[in-house]
Ligand binder design. Sequence first.
Ligand SMILES: Nc1nc2c(ncn2[C@@H]2O[C@H](COP(=O)(O)OP(=O)(O)OP(=O)(O)O)[C@@H](O)[C@H]2O)c(=O)[nH]1
Ligand SMILES: [K+]
Ligand SMILES: [Mg+2]
Length: 450
Amino acid sequence: MKPNPMHPDTIFAPATAPGRAGVAIVRISGPAADAALSALTAGAPLAAPRRAARVKVVDADGEPVDDGLALRFPAPASFTGEDVVELHLHGSRAVLEAVMGLLAAQEGLRVAEPGEFTRRAFENGKMDLTQAEALADLIDAETAAQRRQALRQMDGALARLIEDWRTRLVKALGHFEAFIDFPDEDLPPEAQAAIWGAVEALIAEMTAHLNDGRRGERLRDGFHIAIIGPPNAGKSSLLNALARREAAIVSDIAGTTRDVVDVHLDLGGYAVVLADTAGLREAAEAIESEGIRRARARAEQADLRLAVFDGAAWPDLDAHTLSLVDDSALVVVNKADLAAVPEAPTVAGRPALGLSVKTGQGMDRLLARLTEEVGARLAGGTGAPALTRERHRRALAECVEALTQARAAALPELAGEDLRMAARALGRITGRVEVDELLDVIFRDFCIGK
Ligand SMILES: Nc1nc2c(ncn2[C@@H]2O[C@H](COP(=O)(O)OP(=O)(O)OP(=O)(O)O)[C@@H](O)[C@H]2O)c(=O)[nH]1
Ligand SMILES: [K+]
Ligand SMILES: [Mg+2]
């Protein structure tokens, strides 16, 4: 391939996790990738592209190092867009160390920095920023819903949405600038209507995406559920039961839990962060009241509050916790084994669940309700690709702000500047910021008729 002036050096790194394994893969990318393979295999002829070939890796003295497979992906049809070679070796520390050492000793080769392969793929136009982020998300995915969202974004669903908005916006901007450049000719009213109609439509669509309840970020980072309730209601017991491990201390002493205890769960394919908190009451001392302050703060930030009442004294329920129960909370009454708590009690006029963490009675129903609740709040009603990072949301909000400002601008020049700002904000999401380039193309077409 012709050397990329931006990346004269060839990089290499293990593509598989460290440690003993049947196979370890080392990836080499850059202009010297094929030369590196030749050097490792005593000049054996290179195999055809994208065909696995058996190779004997040898050191500088011709001593065998390993027996493996090599795959070549000549530029530009590779992950990075450069010449890429993949070596499939035996996954031992000794083999990997030897091969890494042999590669490092070659002229023009160096160990890749974290994320450098993907960075080169982005710089060579193989993917946009949202796709690069999605690749990282897919590697980190722990639940089925995270995997699906990451795959979809990696496939370019979000990038296409943003690019569609950006193209429409730059088109409107092109028409608008034509109008500024030819001040003696009045922009015909239908052209004006078209520009502002396009801006209105963009504001409406983008605002709908911003108001999606942060579903993409929640799905990616985890949906936060806070368990709240009076002391000794069995909050920590419930957390442990849902987490299937003794994550929080349980005792019959009221006020056991002080710090917020988080556990990560896979709830029906959704990533959930479940928090146990201190029991709510008028605290006896400073440490407990700090715990209660944290409990309230966490309850406030949570996406869902799971209120746990002590059913031992049913139907008397704790007033502190009752005051925090609203329509968005899920309510359970625990210790149904100690009192005649109904399966479906009514608490503060709202339907609740009777439960015994001790006997397990009602736990299946609670799990089903929780999964249903989380699913309902995370599922995308429209099926449109979600914004999955705060970064996307900020840039899109900036774009809407600039569009709104453009609409209100007193002078066409000012409105034009606002529209440019809006387009740049969108471009930052995908990493395609060359507004002028795109504008040139559109503007050129536009002016042919003049
Ligand atoms: N009989 C009965 N006891 C339970 C049940 N769930 C929890 N307990 C007991 O109730 C006591 C308090 O449980 P915890 O889980 O520590 O309660 P908590 O709400 O976390 O209490 P604090 O952290 O002090 O606010 C413990 O002795 C538990 O074993 C239940 O369903 N039935
Ligand atoms: K307790
Ligand atoms: Mg507790």
